[in-house]
Ligand binder design. Structure first.
Ligand SMILES: [Zn+2]
Length: 246
């Protein structure tokens, strides 16, 4: 049995027994973990309110070999997001991000890039108005870091670099083709503003992307619908919101 200490973000928690809760954390050093918080449901719990979803905490836990559930030893609050997460709109976006994260991550599989991206998205959502942009940012990067993001840097047929000032056709497999190269049945159109939005997500920080996309929410919806279809394909199930293609 070993004691581990790491920074973590509380994703969600659920009841285990009369007094105990199971808490899902995404940790900076050890990826996704599920832990038992003994006595967390008691009024005088030593965990207090530190297990509120989307808080950033300093976490200590005991890890037994070959056990998926860890035993939570102590939790110290680094940053609470309780006030933000109490707003239903924020909670919707935060919960969507939390669900995607648990769907795409394997327990105990460390991914510090994903941790930093998650943390940046949660913080950007608090300071900037643009929850749809935050949702899209998380979708694109989650797909990219998991290897599911298609390459839109060139046309699938002629291999010429895609010029972001032009329009392209989206074909099955979620690749792009020039209108003059059209070989397949077309599932949508990606216009110049959409291309620039897709490129900006991958170039900018979440905060800068929210500002960039504030005047182009239509492209945020279009690119997000493509990402939701990719997510549905990767997970093998329906994801709401994938229908808004041009
Ligand atoms: Zn082409």
């Amino acid at each position: 049995m070993s004691l581990r200490q790491t920074e973590a973000i509380v994703i969600k928690s659920y009841s285990l027994s009369e007094a105990d809760r199971i808490v899902v954390f995404f940790t900076r050093e050890f990826g996704l973990i599920r832990g038992v918080a003994k006595g967390a449901k008691r009024l005088q719990s030593r965990f207090g309110s530190m297990l509120e979803p989307f808080s950033t905490v300093s976490l200590e836990y005991f890890q037994k070999e070959e056990r998926e559930l860890v035993s939570i030893q102590s939790v110290d609050l680094i940053k609470s997001r309780f006030a933000t997460a109490s707003d239903p709109d924020f909670l919707d976006t935060y919960s969507y991000i939390g669900d995607l994260l648990t769907d795409f991550s394997f327990p105990h599989d460390a991914d510090e890039k994903l941790y930093r991206m998650l943390s940046a998205c949660l913080s950007a959502a608090e300071t900037e108005r643009g929850l749809a942009s935050v949702g899209l940012y998380f979708e694109v990067w989650l797909l990219r870091l998991s290897g599911f993001l298609p390459d839109w840097s060139s046309c699938e047929v002629c291999s010429r670099p895609t010029d972001p000032s032009r329009e392209f056709l989206l074909v099955p497999g979620f690749h792009l083709q020039c209108p003059t190269c059209k070989r397949n049945y077309v599932i949508g159109t990606i216009n110049s503003a959409d291309m620039q939005t897709f490129n900006a997500v991958q170039r900018l920080s979440p905060t800068d992307f929210i500002q960039f996309s504030s005047t182009n929410q239509e492209s945020v919806v279009v690119i997000s619908s493509v990402m939701k279809r990719l997510i549905a394909q990767a997970l093998g199930r329906e994801v709401a919101g994938g229908a808004a293609l041009r």
